[in-house]
Design a protein around this ligand. Structure first.
Ligand code: T4K
Length: 415
């Protein structure tokens, strides 16, 4: 499954202008390159499983494939319990509720909006703590500074699959008597040192959304060593049923279907290859971006295992072009780079209205939201594509004045 190469467009404009689509050249790529193009795994194996599901007529409600995938994830992570759910957001909501969180819970604002929504949806106030701009993960000192008598817990996010400051957060949680859980949506198959992500805090939540390293179309998992908590989560995700006709708890429907679990099992079998492809893409980006002034690739800590799912860069404030100008240039070339997690959850509704001054306490979050640029990777891309993407960035920066002028003209001409 080494990275495929997306078809490059050869026909380019022939004027004196820089060879970029914003000046009228054909886009560099005939098809869009995405951040989060799904990894498919072995198609034949998946279709076999589909047939098996149809033959058995067992489509949902803790079928064989769900049970098998839960067992495999427990073995992989080294935890006692895995509860598969229909998506990562529901996984967060269930866990937040099962842990009895209420009042205020501390989270980073530099995250996907689901982390905060999962709290607010249950009328729990997300309190935003700033991040460490070197790691993009929540800063334990900032966490400490926003604890109030209403605080009941902390949700650490392993942003980009990089473990957040787990030990420091655990120490604060212990000392201040708070509950600690992790949003590990990005971090499946990652480790903190020798221990797999999933084995920390009271429990962790993975996302298996289509765009993630391992996908189940939509899906997620809550993993924990706490048997009692796992039992509660199982009840909560299935309407509180224990056996036919017997409801013993308040619950919702958070179950994963057999089709999703079949995709998960199929992806799991290809995980090594997918990660190897991501790793070589990451290395190719590192090589090609090395000499480009103003663009910094987020470095990983060699002591931890990464899934290399995201290629994250920052565009310095004094770079020849702003991050947003570069995004415009790249999108015109069909390179759908993303500004995750711009503008920061604190600037999204309803948080923006609730906490209009939040940005004053989040300088590092503001900076990273302004600078971050996530580049396409995954099994749909290969080395040649990456060289081309980096060349486009370099061409744009080398011709910054002309590019800026052109973008301004286009904007002025747009009704
Ligand atoms: N916590 C964190 C830290 C998270 O990052 C997330 C999800 C969650 C919690 C919640 O987990 P889930 O409830 O989603 O399981 C995407 C994903 O939808 C979201 O799962 C993910 N994080 C987030 C970082 O990215 P969007 O809306 O920015 O991306 P989307 O869905 O537009 O997909 C990105 C690109 O991928 C598209 O432009 C096209 C391509 N794509 C997408 C899909 C779905 C494909 O090529 N094929 C596809 O099937 O949120």
């Amino acid at each position: 499954m080494s990275g495929m190469t997306v078809q490059l467009n050869k026909k380019r404009g022939s004027s004196e202008d820089p060879q970029l689509a914003i000046f009228g050249s054909s886009p560099a790529f005939a098809e869009q390159l995405h951040v989060g193009r799904p990894n498919i795994g072995n198609r034949e194996r998946f279709l076999e499983r589909m047939n098996d599901i149809l033959d058995r007529r067992w489509l949902s409600n803790r079928g064989e494939y769900v049970i098998e995938l839960e067992r495999r994830i427990c073995d992989l992570i080294g935890v006692r319990n895995c509860v598969l759910v229909c998506n990562g957001t529901i996984g967060l909501e269930l866990l937040i509720r099962a842990l009895g969180l209420r009042g205020e819970v501390i989270v980073p604002s530099f995250t996907f909006v689901a982390t905060a929504h999962a709290l607010q949806w249950q009328e729990i106030t997300p309190v935003f703590a700033d991040i460490d701009p070197r790691t993009h993960c929540i800063d334990p000192q900032a966490v400490e500074s926003v604890i109030t008598p209403r605080t009941t817990g902390i949700i650490g996010v392993h942003t980009w699959g990089r473990p957040c400051a787990i030990d420091a957060l655990a120490e604060i949680a212990r000392r201040r008597n708070l509950r600690l859980m992790f949003d590990a949506a990005h971090a499946f198959y990652c480790s903190s040192g020798q221990r797999m992500i999933g084995a920390f805090g009271e429990a962790e939540v993975f996302s298996f959304h289509a765009t993630k390293l391992m996908n189940t179309f939509e899906g997620g998992a809550i993993v924990t060593d706490n048997d009692e908590l796992a039992e509660k989560l199982r009840l909560m995700q299935n309407f509180g049923f224990r056996g036919y006709d017997r409801v013993i708890y308040l619950g919702i429907n958070g179950k994963m279907s057999e089709v999703s679990a079949a995709m998960g099992l199929t992806n799991l079998e290809s995980l090594e290859e997918i990660v190897a492809c991501n790793r070589s893409n990451y290395q190719a980006y590192a090589e090609h971006l090395a000499g480009i002034a103003g663009i910094q690739l987020l470095r990983l800590d060699g002591a931890d295992r990464s899934n290399y799912q995201y290629v994250v860069t920052t565009v310095a404030d004094d770079s020849a072009l702003t991050r947003d100008e570069l995004v415009e240039v790249l999108h015109a070339e069909n390179v759908m780079a993303r500004r995750y997690f711009h503008p920061g959850v604190h600037r999204m509704e309803p948080y923006r209205s609730y906490f209009p001054h939040a940005h004053l306490l989040l300088p590092a979050t503001e900076q990273v939201c302004r600078q971050v640029l996530v580049l396409p990777t995954g099994t749909a891309m290969g080395a040649q594509d990456i060289a081309r993407v980096c060349q486009l960035i370099k061409t744009a920066l080398d011709n910054a004045r002309a590019v800026r002028k052109r973008l301004a003209e286009t904007k002025a001409a747009t009704p």
